[in-house]
Design a protein around this ligand. Structure first.
Ligand code: GDP
Length: 197
């Protein structure tokens, strides 16, 4: 099936005032600058529906998009604020904060989370803490890792780079490039499967 529609639904800085949970949701999380807006645009086949960040760390809100397919399937894509950029005290272990946490913990229609990891950096402490948090939820969503910007590696180095991220997480890891489109079909296939089940 092909995508026939993609549109912005709404945004909020507060998980309790988000657009109504009328569709199954798949959320996207990751450190600022990991390539999340670019990945969302690539997934939706739209050049700039999800704004690529001009001022990293500034968009502290949740954005929701709706995607529709030729087979009638519709899903909400949820763009969570990037984390790890704002200066926090050292004692503070996590940087992803209350908005992300309350969305993930309370949204009943949440089915899957794609966690974006820069393939060159691998999963960092914040990312691993987020995985742990997700796995601790009462109804944990499916977790997928997208190893982003794999076009920065030569073809021969891409597989080893993805393998390295795979050693950090026991679930599915998908190499992704918003430049070449690599990983797009594979990620959609998995997300659609979760939503359809
Ligand atoms: P966000 O802050 O996570 O939303 O990241 P953006 O999508 O705004 O991307 C941050 C920077 O990385 C921008 O300069 C993008 O052009 C670049 N970028 C994003 N995705 C890719 C990718 O797949 N390949 C390459 N080479 N650069 C990328």
């Amino acid at each position: 099936p092909r995508i026939v529609s993609a549109a912005f639904v709404g945004a909020s800085t507060d998980a309790s005032t988000l657009p109504a949970p009328t569709l199954a949701e798949v959320a996207f999380a990751g450190r600022s600058n990991v390539g999340k807006s670019s990945l969302l645009n690539a997934m939706m086949q739209r050049k700039s529906l999800a704004r690529t960040s001009r001022t990293p760390g500034c968009t502290r809100q949740v954005n929701i998009f709706e995607v529709g397919w030729t087979d009638g399937l519709r899903v909400h894509l949820v763009d969570l604020p990037g984390y790890g950029y704002a200066k926090r005290s050292r004692s503070e272990k996590i940087s992803w904060g209350p908005l992300i946490e309350s969305y993930l913990a309370t949204r009943q229609v949440l089915r899957a989370v794609t966690l974006l990891i820069d393939a060159r950096r691998g999963a960092e402490d914040d990312d691993l803490a987020l995985i742990e948090f997700l796995e601790s939820l009462e109804n944990p969503p499916q977790i997928f890792l997208a190893a982003t910007k794999i076009d920065k590696f030569s073809r021969a180095q891409q597989k080893p780079a993805v393998e390295k991220v795979k050693r950090q997480f026991r679930g599915p890891v998908i190499g992704f490039s918003s430049v070449t489109g690599d990983g797009r079909d594979s990620l959609w296939q998995r997300l659609r499967a979760v939503v359809q089940n």
